[in-house]
Design a binder for this molecule. Structure first.
Ligand code: ZN
Length: 285
C-alpha cells in the first residue's frame, strides 16, 4: 500500500498564508485516490491552539478511518506542561500514530521527546533549514524516530539537504521525507547514502499535488522492494511501534503535567481498561 506520510487537514486560524488558513482534505483525497495512495498521515495546519486543531483532525480521521491516520501537532513552548495530555488523548482516544512539531513554532524539547518515547511515536519535525538541531536530538533520544520533512528545507536550501542526508546516514533514528524537495539530486543522494529504508514518501498536501510528489519517487527508478519501502513500508514500520499504554516514568509525569491536569496524567499512567490499543492491521502492506 502506498502511504503518504505528510499531509495537512483542517482549518488554521491566523489567515495570513495558505498554511495557516485552510487545508481542505476533500480535493486531496480525490487526487490521492487517483494516484493510488491508499493511506495518508494528516496533521493540522499552523494554529494558535493545537489542542483544538488536533480535535478537528480527529473528526476528519473519523470520517475516513480506512484512508487517514492522525499525528498530534504540538507547540513545544506554548504547550509546555500539557504535551503528555495532548498526545495521550490523541493516541488513546483517537488512535493517532505520531507527533508533528514545526520549528517555526518551537523546536522539540525534552518534554516532547520523552512523551514520544513513552508512547513509541515517531516525531515529524520541520527544522526550517536549521539541520544542526538534528545532531542534538537524535543522539539524546536514540529510541525515538525523527522524520525530517523536505530533507530539512521546504525552500530548497541545498546546504540543509546535504546535512540532513548525512544525518540520515549517520543516525539510525533519523529519516527524511520527500515532500516539496525539488532539488532531485538530493533525493537520489538520500537513497544512495542513507539507504531506501531511511526515505519516506510525503506530499505536503493538500497544497502540493500528491501525484506530482509521488512521481518524483517513481523517477528514482528504485528496485521494486526498495520503492515499496519509500512509498509506505518505512512509515508503516515507524507507526507500528506505538503503544497506547505509555511507558511513563513518574518523573516525566511530574515534569510534564500542569497541576490542573494531574488527574488526567494519573489515568494515562495507570491506564483506562476501556481503552484498547489501536489495531496494527491497517498498516500491513
Ligand atoms: Zn507540511
Amino acid at each position: 500500500m502506498i502511504i503518504d506520510c505528510h499531509c495537512h487537514a483542517g482549518k488554521g486560524d491566523r489567515m495570513t498564508a495558505p498554511w495557516n488558513t485552510d487545508a481542505p482534505i476533500g480535493p486531496y483525497l480525490r487526487r490521492a485516490r487517483a494516484a493510488g495512495i491508499g493511506r495518508t498521515v494528516i496533521f493540522a495546519p499552523f494554529h494558535s491552539d493545537y489542542a483544538r486543531a488536533n480535535a478537528e483532525v480527529a473528526r476528519i480521521v473519523a470520517r475516513a478511518p480506512d484512508r487517514l491516520t492522525g499525528f498530534a501537532f504540538v507547540h513545544a513552548d506554548r504547550d509546555a506542561g500539557r504535551i503528555l495530555n495532548m498526545v495521550g488523548r490523541a493516541v488513546q482516544e483517537w488512535g493517532f500514530r505520531g507527533i508533528k512539531v514545526h520549528g517555526r513554532d518551537a523546536m522539540p524539547t525534552r518534554e516532547v521527546c520523552e512523551v514520544a518515547r513513552a508512547f513509541g511515536l515517531p516525531v515529524l519535525v520541520d527544522v526550517i533549514g536549521q539541520a544542526s538541531v538534528v545532531d542534538m536530538l537524535a543522539p539524546q533520544y536514540p529510541d525515538v524516530d525523527f522524520i525530517i520533512p523536505h530533507l530539512g528545507s521546504f525552500s530548497g536550501d541545498w546546504r540543509a539537504h546535504q546535512q540532513v542526508v548525512d544525518q540520515m546516514a549517520r543516525h539510525a533514528n533519523v529519516y527524511g521525507d520527500t515532500s516539496g524537495v525539488y532539488r532531485f539530486d538530493y533525493l537520489e543522494m538520500a537513497v544512495r547514502q542513507a539507504g531506501p529504508e531511511k526515505l519516506l514518501f510525503g506530499s505536503d498536501g493538500p497544497w502540493l499535488h500528491p501525484a506530482a510528489e509521488l512521481y518524483k519517487v517513481k523517477l528514482l527508478g528504485l528496485p521494486a522492494a526498495d520503492e515499496r519501502l519509500v512509498l509506505g513500508g518505512n512509515i508503516a514500520r515507524l507507526m507500528s511501534r506505538v503503544q497506547a499504554r505509555p511507558a511513563l516514568r513518574p518523573s516525566l509525569a511530574r515534569a510534564a503535567a500542569r497541576p490542573s491536569e494531574r488527574a488526567t496524567v494519573e489515568k494515562l499512567i495507570h491506564g483506562d481498561p476501556s481503552l484498547a490499543p489501536p489495531s496494527q492491521a491497517d498498516y500491513q502492506l
